[in-house]
Design a protein around this ligand. Structure first.
Ligand SMILES: [Zn+2]
Length: 112
């Protein structure tokens, strides 16, 4: 992602998160969320047979809710990754003016 020095407007692309708003990356995050949710559900459910977790007609609600949940989870995961990258990067000195005041990471434009 891009980071901008708050003192002199110097801009750098840093870290391993994409520098563009990226659909494939979002799908990757949603996939990670779904994987984490599946593992968590398995740990909670234990060895119970699959029929034990039948929602009946509630399934009609569960499907859209789980889609929303996956999106929210992806946003949370993204925020955690951005925070990690920011913490790694924000303690560097600006090569231009030596200040340690960086903006929050941001993207520019859209990618695949
Ligand atoms: Zn600077």
């Amino acid at each position: 992602m891009y980071y901008k020095c708050k003192v002199c407007e110097h801009e750098e692309a840093r870290g391993c998160l994409p520098t563009v708003t990226c659909g494939v990356y979002l799908l990757f995050l949603i996939g990670c969320t779904a994987g984490i949710a599946a593992v968590t559900a398995r740990m909670i459910r234990g060895d119970a047979p699959p029929q034990a977790l039948s929602f009946g007609w509630w399934r009609l609600l569960v499907v859209p809710l789980s889609l929303v949940g996956a999106l929210v989870g992806a946003m949370i995961l993204n925020a955690i990754l951005e925070l990690m990258e920011y913490l790694v990067f924000a303690f560097r000195r600006c090569p231009n003016c030596g200040a340690r005041r960086w903006s929050w990471g941001y993207t520019r434009g859209f990618g695949l």
